[in-house]
Design a protein around this ligand. Structure first.
Ligand SMILES: [Zn+2]
Length: 203
């Protein structure tokens, strides 16, 4: 059974792990891991993007205002699907279309207006503005990761698994990784190839 506990986090960055909270995407999204806002918080905890204090503040807030939680969840899912469209186009070697690019840029400025930097003697840390609870907090970290990938990584290393639609950062030496997971999608493809080769030989 698919659960958040056994969800694989092997996208190579927070943004791709967030986009991969659907399984599988092809031909259409089949299983949704984020059914409630609480699931999004559980995922953030598993991903290590929110610390215990922030998680507690968010959980307390949504316990008091459940209607805010469902709005925030729908918004995060909309944003996730926008990110999938953006990175899926890049993985296919195409620039994302204007609508997706505009949506991404709008989300980027919304997210980044909540971020400020605190400096230590030899460090610079990202913090969120104020102590107030913002329900887009889990997503702000995702957007930070998305911009990091776009600006720091070779975008030719952004890949989409052809079988399930999961996104990943290809960190292999030769840059030829094709599958999200060789043991899941890769082996399924291999056994299908074997089957077809065998049946072709038999006709
Ligand atoms: Zn796959």
């Amino acid at each position: 059974m698919r659960t958040l506990e056994n969800l694989q986090m092997d996208g190579g960055c927070l943004a791709f792990n967030f986009i991969n909270t659907v399984n599988t995407r092809k031909p259409a999204p089949e299983f949704e891991y984020l059914k409630t806002f609480g699931d999004l918080l559980t995922w953030s905890e598993k991903a290590g993007s929110l610390d215990g204090m922030r998680l507690q503040a968010l959980r307390e807030h949504v316990a008091e205002k459940p209607e805010d939680a469902s709005i925030a969840l729908n918004d995060a899912i909309d944003a996730r699907e926008m990110l999938y469209g953006l990175f899926s186009a890049i993985a296919a070697g195409n620039p994302p279309d204007a609508a997706v690019t505009n949506a991404f840029n709008r989300r980027l400025s919304e997210s980044f207006q909540s971020i400020h930097v605190k400096f230590g003697p030899a460090s610079a840390e990202i913090h969120l503005n104020g102590e107030d609870v913002a329900l887009n907090e889990p997503f702000i970290h995702v957007m930070k990761s998305a911009i990091d990938v776009l600006t720091r990584e070779d975008i030719r290393r952004i890949k989409e698994c052809p079988r399930c639609g999961w996104l990943f950062l290809d960190t292999s030496k030769n840059g030829k990784r094709k599958w999200c997971d060789m043991n899941v999608c890769g082996s399924r493809e291999k056994s299908l190839e074997y089957y077809y080769r065998k049946t072709r030989r038999n006709v």
